[in-house]
Design a protein around this ligand. Structure first.
Ligand code: SAM
Length: 254
């Protein structure tokens, strides 16, 4: 099985993947394909598409990782000088592990919390983390709204990630309460990113966020513009957010 597409895609992000990384991604691919036949975990299938749309797309989040200095803009280069020790990351609505697990494979030193509402996906995540031998990964079977109210998770994360979970206004209510003041919320988005940002502006401010950038991303051999929406946490989230589970989606903040 060739992971050459992933290797080249990672290279274009400034990451050199070694044999041990590629072996883990290959194992991830195999398990994902095998489990997908029974549990319908992801609509994306096939070795090449999984490399492009799951593995490389997840790794692009690194382009928005904080470099350790307060930055008004995001550098074009991956800030690999970042020392990963103790960086706490949460991936909200991670599904089969995206974008959190590919990032963890490349940077094993991050402390990763995967939050997922669907039980069968949680079972897969537990299996995958065991199979890949990853440590410092917490898997939580819950809705983000409930986790965002718990003191051990509220405003505890340096980086909060969420891909393909909800519109930005809804997503901001799931994610910003988890983010510490000074931390960053990163949401990979598709072509509608700019409209979503316009619609979520007030919600983001209300929840203590400030838009840093919508960084355009192009994936190799994948049509369509993608963006990393990058929001810094600049103020505490008011206590009344997130609202009860289900309410953010039903009645998004204006
Ligand atoms: N992030 C993954 C990806 O990019 O492949 C999965 C995307 S999938 C379309 C959306 C996932 O978010 C589903 O697995 C769903 O169960 C989960 N989800 C939706 N709302 C959630 C919430 N409020 N809290 C936790 N998980 C949620």
């Amino acid at each position: 099985m060739s992971m050459e597409i992933l290797k080249a895609g990672a290279k274009s992000l400034g990451l050199t993947l070694g044999a041990h990384h590629l072996a883990r991604f290959e194992a991830y691919y195999r398990e994902l394909e095998a489990w997908n036949k029974r549990f319908n975990l992801t609509a994306i299938t096939g070795c090449e598409e999984i490399q492009r749309r799951h593995f490389i797309d997840s790794l692009t989040c690194l382009l928005a990782f904080p470099s350790g200095v307060a930055s008004a803009s995001i550098p074009d280069e991956v800030p690999l000088q970042w020392q990963g020790t103790d960086l706490r990351c949460a991936d909200v609505g991670t599904g089969a592990g995206f974008p959190g697990l590919p990032l963890k494979i490349v940077f094993p030193e991050i402390r990763l919390t995967l939050i997922e509402a669907t039980a069968k996906k949680v079972v897969f995540l537990e299996h995958m983390v065991r199979t890949l031998g990853l440590s410092q990964v917490e898997i939580i079977h819950a809705r983000a709204e409930d986790i965002g109210r718990l003191p051990e998770h509220r405003e505890q994360y340096d980086v909060v990630l969420a891909r393909a979970v909800a519109h930005l206004a809804v997503l901001a209510e799931y994610c910003l309460p988890l983010c510490r003041v000074g931390g960053r919320f990163i949401a990979p988005k598709g072509e509608d990113a700019l409209e979503e940002i316009a619609a979520a502006e007030e919600a983001i401010a209300l929840l203590g966020g400030a838009l840093v950038a919508a960084k355009p991303i192009t994936l190799p051999d994948v049509p369509g513009q993608r963006y990393l929406v990058v929001i810094d946490k600049v103020a505490k989230t008011p206590d009344r957010y997130p609202r009860r589970a289900g309410i953010p989606l039903k009645r998004p903040l204006p």
